[in-house]
Design a binder for this molecule. Structure first.
Ligand code: PMP
Length: 307
């Protein structure tokens, strides 16, 4: 396989090898974290010889909404965003699962943290990625001592680069304490999300996830999981979840572009259910992995074929 760093990225209005797409150290976004980003996946289906981008239009919409919250000028229409993304993958001859990182950043070299009167630019690149979290086993997680940023501080909804310091503090604390991931509580003390994942619990056959007011990123996988559950006839609910409700849930799992569907074996050293993947998680997980690789005709409208 060709080194992915030689494959094209889109940077400063043109395609060039990823290894040559580099920024000046004075860049505003680097000094002040004035940027926001997306995280998307494309899945390769070897029998169909095609690569499928997952929910591309939803990712574009979320990027536009982030830009609106953060007062960026980025107004790239969906068709242009799609064409750049597809061309980058086609020209790079991607034939494996990959992760794509579109981001919009304040590109000026000027001083002072602000959002107005600073130029912004769009870039996107791809890297090979299979599992981000190990989805073949259960995750051992801890409720973080770090609290999720509130919507009035750095809105998680905006997927702002600066907010990821909050995630990084929680993730490092969890790993250094011997866990695989962290769960944030929000400022009210209710369950929010993981460092880069949304969270779901199952109680009495019902699938429950924190609502949009729990300082979460409005995850595209989260939305897909809710839809999959409804299509399977599983009752769903978006509501506040208390910390100890996690401990007594029958099943708990993370969802995310990176994480996909990652089931949780224990939280704060309390075994969830019987410590195995639960039936609701298993059903959703199976359908998720089969639909993202283009194996389910009902969900083909979520996919953009690259070839
Ligand atoms: N929350 C956070 C903080 C994230 O970084 C991510 C990953 N993008 C998610 C949730 C999951 O969102 P999505 O399903 O859109 O990837």
């Amino acid at each position: 396989m060709e080194n992915f760093e030689n494959k094209p990225a889109y940077f400063e209005g043109k395609f060039l090898p990823l290894k040559d797409a580099n920024l000046n150290i004075r860049t505003h976004a680097l000094q002040y974290a004035t940027a926001f980003f997306g995280g998307m996946r494309a899945y390769y289906n070897n029998s169909k010889k095609n690569l499928y981008l997952f929910r591309l239009e939803d990712h574009h919409t979320r990027l536009r909404q982030s830009g609106k919250i953060l007062r960026f000028h980025w107004a790239m229409p969906f068709a242009e965003f799609r064409d750049i993304t597809v061309k980058m993958l086609r020209d790079g001859e991607w034939r494996e699962n990959c992760y794509l990182r579109p981001f919009i950043y304040k590109s000026d070299l000027s001083m002072s943290p602000r959002l107005h009167n600073v130029e912004d630019k769009f870039a996107i690149y791809a890297i090979p990625l299979n599992d981000y979290l190990d989805t073949t086993r259960g995750m051992k997680v801890q409720v973080s001592s770090w609290v999720r940023l509130s919507d009035t501080q750095i809105p998680a909804r905006a997927k702002a680069t600066g907010g990821y310091i909050n995630s990084a503090l929680a993730k490092s604390e969890a790993l250094e304490n011997g866990f695989d991931e962290a769960i944030f509580l929000d400022q009210r003390g209710f369950v929010s999300e993981g460092s880069a994942e949304n969270i779901f619990i199952v109680r009495g056959g019902k699938l429950i996830t924190p609502g949009n007011s729990s300082a979460i990123l409005e995850g595209i996988t989260r939305r897909s999981v809710l839809q999959l559950a409804r299509d399977l006839g599983i009752e769903t609910e978006e509501r506040d979840i208390s910390r100890t409700e996690l401990y007594v849930a029958d099943e708990v799992f993370f969802s995310g572009t990176g994480a996909q569907i990652a089931w949780i074996e224990s939280i704060d050293r309390r075994t969830i259910g019987d410590g195995k993947i639960g039936p609701v998680t298993e059903k959703i997980r199976q359908r998720f992995f089969s639909l993202v690789s283009g194996e389910m005709s009902e969900y083909l409208n979520w996919l953009t074929p690259v070839y």
